[in-house]
Design a protein around this ligand. Structure first.
Ligand code: 3HB
Length: 325
């Protein structure tokens, strides 16, 4: 669907290569994601590649397909389910429309900072949410974070939630993200990342939900004036592997994959946490006004989120109970 198929080298990548004697299998894996090669997640994918190579003594090779080369996230998940692509870094936002418990990650203001979100990877509830992918032929391995969510406005300085009333804002097509802005009185446009730049440039939208990472890598600073660094939600990618690929691997190799992705996830969150001030400065230098909004002003919206989403799903309720202080 949509990706045109064989951008990939010939042969299925998910078969352990036949090995003579009792030597261990070797692998040529493929990994796909939607972000450009400058984005934190791509750097994490490269780290994963290095770790796989090192930890397997050269038996595990990885080819990375960034920038939606293999299609939309829907296309990628389909390919991973079928086993023609082995690994994906897929936004939790997209997954929330296939497996509702992923909405839990968009509990507004659940974490004080990225470090706390990264530590939440290891909790029972985070692991149970990953496990819901199993029914779809996918094995959820781990979470990789980019920066938290911020708000960009083309030409209105929004200082409180009420200022968003009547604005048309791009919000990624995921129910909890859409609701957050609807609770504030904005109208939302469910555009995926590649369509956002021209929509704001031409005035189809007045602003967007974004993170500092993509604001820089996708050059939104060219077309918006105001950036409210609210950090109101985290932004995880889910590292997943095809169940077909994984089930065929010996336990020792599965563990190598798990350890390599955990190293990449730690690398990603730690690197990104250290870039917050630098990213804000980059955007100020590009001419944007960068400012903050007091989280307390979003108190009623947090309450509305918890009341609407908690009762829909036991894992979302468990997540809220675990992290909402
Ligand atoms: C998004 O806002 O849709 C998005 C942002 C990222 C990475 C992927 C998608 O930093």
């Amino acid at each position: 669907a949509g990706c045109g198929g064989n951008a990939a080298p010939s042969g299925t990548s998910n078969q352990p290569a036949a090995a003579g004697g009792d030597s261990k299998p070797s692998y040529n894996f493929k990994l796909a994601h939607i972000t450009p090669p400058t984005h934190t997640w791509h750097l994490a994918a490269e780290k994963f590649k290095e770790e796989l190579d090192k930890r397997s003594g050269g038996r595990m090779k990885l080819e990375i397909y960034p920038s939606s080369q293999l299609g939309t996230e829907a296309d990628m998940v389909q390919q991973i389910g079928a086993g023609s692509v082995d690994f994906g870094l897929i936004t939790a936002a997209y997954l929330s429309s296939r497996s509702p418990s992923f909405s839990a990650w968009f509990t507004p203001y659940a974490f004080p900072d990225l470090k706390a979100a990264n530590e939440a990877r290891h909790t029972d509830v985070a692991k149970k949410i990953l496990a819901t992918l199993e029914q779809q032929g996918l094995v959820g391995l781990d979470y990789l974070f980019a920066g938290q969510r911020v708000m960009l406005f083309k030409d209105k300085e929004v200082l409180k939630p009420e200022d968003m009333a009547g604005l048309k804002l791009r919000v990624t097509p995921s129910p909890p993200l859409q609701d957050f802005y609807k609770f504030a009185g904005a109208s939302t446009e469910g555009l995926p990342l590649p369509e956002v730049y021209s929509a704001v440039q031409t005035g189809v939208i007045d602003g967007m939900d974004m993170d500092l990472d993509a604001t820089i890598t996708n050059k939104y600073y060219e077309v918006v004036k105001y950036g409210a660094v609210t950090n109101h939600m985290v932004w995880p990618a889910v590292a997943m592997v095809s169940k077909g690929t994984f089930d065929k691997m010996p336990d020792e190799d599965k563990q190598i994959v798990r350890d390599a992705i955990a190293a990449a996830a730690d690398f990603s969150a730690t690197t990104r946490a250290g870039q917050e001030e630098e990213f804000k400065k980059t955007l100020s230098d590009k001419g944007m006004k960068i400012y903050e909004i007091d989280p307390a002003l979003f108190g009623p919206i947090m309450k509305e989120f918890d009341q609407k989403y908690g009762p829909t799903n036991p894992l979302i309720q468990e997540f809220i109970d675990t992290f909402r202080k």
